[in-house]
Design a protein around this ligand. Structure first.
Ligand SMILES: NC(=O)c1ccc[n+]([C@@H]2O[C@H](COP(=O)([O-])OP(=O)(O)OC[C@H]3O[C@@H](n4cnc5c(N)ncnc54)[C@H](O)[C@@H]3O)[C@@H](O)[C@H]2O)c1
Length: 269
C-alpha cells in the first residue's frame, strides 16, 4: 500500500537507534524527508547509513530534548528551510536503570531524570513545534508511550508514571490541534530487545535469587512466552510500520488514540 508520504517531512526525536530509528527508516522507505534528532552523536552515522537506501532527504541533528531552549532553536532553524515538515515523532526515552518491586526500593531522587526525558522532553517538543504544526495544514504528532502506562508497572515506577502522563498529554494535544487538521496519537510498544529494554530486564534478572538465576537470554525468552499471548518479542519495525500508517491519510480519522503493538500483552476485557 502506498501511504502517500512522499513530499512529507518528519522529525524523529530519539532517532539514533532502537525504535525511533526504525520509525525513521520506515518513513524513509515511504519516500519522506527525514530529520533524525538525538542526544547521541552517533545519530550522524545513523543518518548517513539510512541515506544510502532512501529517495527522500535524510539529515541528522544533535538535540537534548530536555533542553527547551535547544528545542525552540531547532524549531526556528527548521521553519524557513523545511517547508514540508509536517510530522513529529517523540521516541526518546530512558529507564531509571533501577528496579522497584516494591517501589520503596527506589528513592524519590530516582524520579526526576526519568520524568525529564520521557515526559518533559515530549512536552518541550510539542511546545517548541506547536507554532509550526498549527500552520502546516495537515500533519501528525506521535508519542511513543509504553504498555507500562496502562498497568502501573512495578518494574520501573517513574518510567511507568511518565508514560501514563504522556498518554494523557497526547489526548490534550489531539484536542488542541484538531481544528488545525493535525492529529496526535501514541503507540505503546510491548517488549522489544533494545538497549533500553535490556537494561531494565537485566536489572530485573539480577534480582533473582542465586538459585533461580539463569542466563539472561533464556530467562527473558521464557518470560516473553509466558506474558505475551502471541508468545514472541516485538520488533522495532513493528512500531515503525504502525507509525507510518498513523501519519498517513489512511489514518486521517484516527486521533487521540493509543495503539498497543504488544503481541496482545495488554487486553482489557
Ligand atoms: N524497548 C521496549 O521494549 C520499549 C517498550 C515500550 C516503550 N518503549 C519506548 O520506546 C522509545 C524508544 O526506546 P528504545 O527501546 O528504542 O530505546 P533506545 O535506548 O534504543 O533508544 C532511545 C533513544 O533515545 C535517545 N535519547 C535519550 N535521551 C534523550 C534526550 N534527552 N534527547 C534526545 N534523545 C534522547 C537515546 O540516545 C536513544 O537513541 C522510548 O520512549 C521507550 O520508552 C520501548
Amino acid at each position: 500500500m502506498d501511504l502517500e508520504l512522499k513530499n512529507n517531512g518528519v522529525l524523529v526525536v530519539g532517532g539514533a537507534k532502537g525504535i525511533g530509528h526504525a520509525i525513521a527508516r520506515q518513513f524513509a522507505l515511504e519516500g519522506a524527508d527525514v530529520i533524525l534528532a538525538d542526544i547521541d552523536p552517533r545519530v550522524h552515522q545513523a543518518a548517513t547509513a539510512m541515506a544510502d537506501n532512501a529517495c527522500g532527504n535524510i539529515r541528522s541533528v544533535i538535540l537534548d530534548a530536555t533542553d527547551y531552549q535547544a528545542v525552540k532553536t531547532l524549531a526556528g532553524e527548521l521553519n524557513g528551510k523545511d517547508s514540508n515538515l509536517n510530522h513529529i515523532v517523540y521516541a526518546a526515552g530512558v529507564g531509571s536503570n533501577k528496579f522497584g518491586f516494591p517501589f520503596w526500593k527506589m528513592e524519590p531522587s530516582d524520579w526526576p531524570f526519568v520524568l525529564e526525558v520521557n515526559l518533559m522532553g515530549a512536552v518541550n517538543v510539542a511546545h517548541g513545534f506547536a507554532p509550526r504544526m498549527q500552520k502546516c495544514g495537515a500533519g501528525s504528532i506521535l508519542f511513543i508511550a509504553s504498555i507500562a502506562a496502562q498497568m502501573g508497572s512495578q518494574t520501573d515506577p517513574p518510567y511507568s508514571a511518565a508514560k501514563a502522563a504522556i498518554v494523557n498529554f497526547m489526548q490534550v494535544v489531539a484536542k488542541d490541534f484538531a481544528r488545525h487538521n493535525v492529529r496526535a496519537n501514541a503507540i505503546s510498544p510491548g517488549m522489544i530487545q533494545t538497549t533500553l529494554n535490556k537494561s531494565v530486564w537485566a536489572a530485573w534478572n539480577e534480582r533473582q535469587s542465586e538459585e533461580d538465576k539463569r542466563d539472561y537470554k533464556d530467562w527473558a525468552d521464557e518470560k516473553i512466552s509466558k506474558i505475551c499471548p502471541l508468545g514472541r518479542w516485538q520488533d522495532p519495525d513493528d512500531i515503525g510500520k504502525m507509525a507510518v500508517f498513523l501519519a498517513s491519510q489512511a489514518a486521517k480519522n484516527i486521533t487521540g488514540q493509543t495503539v498497543n503493538v504488544d503481541g496482545g500483552i495488554i487486553m482489557h476485557s
